[in-house]
Design a protein around this ligand. Structure first.
Ligand SMILES: C[S@@+](CC[C@H](N)C(=O)[O-])C[C@H]1O[C@@H](n2cnc3c(N)ncnc32)[C@H](O)[C@@H]1O
Length: 286
């Protein structure tokens, strides 16, 4: 793993979990394919996320797991002084292009190359669900947030909303198993993907006060082609599963996907996919 040299603190590199290693493979070189599909989906929660973290003009903001930089760019547009990090070099390049006013670094949770209390607000849009040690990641996010500062995070709710379950159903219908090199999160690291479960995590592992968590539901409009492109390009865990057994299996999944997608197809041919995320926030004790 390489880390940014921000000149603030030296980061001691610890071994990554098998889950983290799987995540690195799932995102490597996939910024463009992510941006066109899942990235557009994830953008929906960004304004509320920034509100929940209290991102305003002049505030020092960290966007952790910035991906293609959607939240970082939106925070810059609010006049905030933005730093962003991601564990994947391709994402770092993409975020730097999307948010040229931000300082974008390669860095991997749960270790950030920033001094204690460095930020007024920290956001992570659909990142906590991609780290192998969510509790340690939260503790690190709290460390870099100043006393009185705010942290806001989103994760996907489970069980998933029907639109979010679509690709997984296609994989299942095609009889393609999850490959062994895509390990699940260790059970002792997991937490309930419910409003109560995420709020409790922020209170305990994050040590945050004034914690709130609510479900955010919306209908994502896309096309079958756009929705298939990301997974067929190997993006995220679902993409690694979709592409894990070669072109014939991928084609089998695609056929099931198109069949199941008719449940969500509007009269104009677009897919209307209901999704539900959890948005939680809290304050670092002053
Ligand atoms: C679902 S994407 C979300 C990206 C972005 N926040 C957005 O809203 O579009 C997850 C991102 O988290 C990054 N990521 C995964 N594990 C990470 C870790 N341990 N530390 C930092 N970034 C990580 C991935 O490289 C990927 O860019």
């Amino acid at each position: 793993m390489s880390v940014a040299n921000t000149g603030e603190v030296s980061v001691q590199v610890v071994a990554e979990t098998p889950f983290d290693a799987g995540e690195r493979r799932a995102w490597a070189g996939r910024a463009a394919a992510y941006a066109a599909g899942f990235g557009r989906l994830c953008a929906y929660t960004v304004p509320r996320l920034l509100d929940a973290a209290g991102v305003t003009e002049g505030g020092r903001v960290l966007d952790a797991g910035t991906g293609t930089g959607t939240a970082a760019a939106a925070a810059c547009a609010r006049g905030a002084r933005v730093t962003a990090v991601d564990a994947e070099p391709d994402m770092v390049r993409s975020a730097a292009a999307a948010a040229p006013a931000a300082a974008v670094h390669l860095a991997t949770l749960p270790q950030l190359p920033f001094a204690d209390g460095r930020f007024d607000a920290v956001v992570g849009n659909f990142v906590l669900n991609h780290v192998g040690r969510p509790r340690a990641a939260l503790a690190e996010l709290r460390r870099v947030t100043r006393p009185g500062g705010r942290i806001a995070l989103t994760v996907w709710a489970a069980p998933p909303a029907p639109g979010q379950a679509l690709l997984g159903r296609a994989v299942q219908a095609a009889g393609v198993p999850r490959p062994p090199d895509i390990p699940a999160l260790a059970p002792e690291e997991d937490f309930p993907r419910t409003e109560q479960g995420l709020a409790e995590l922020l209170r305990t592992a994050g040590g945050l006060t004034e914690v709130t968590c609510s479900a955010v539901s919306w209908e994502h409009r896309t096309t079958p082609e756009e929705w298939w492109h990301g997974p067929a390009s190997g993006v995220a865990t679902i993409g690694r599963v979709v592409t894990s057994q070669g072109p014939a299996a991928t084609e089998r999944i695609r056929r099931h996907f198109l069949e199941l997608a008719t449940e969500f197809t509007a009269s104009d041919g677009q897919l209307v996919l209901p999704h539900t995320a959890l948005l939680a926030s809290g304050r670092v004790a002053a």
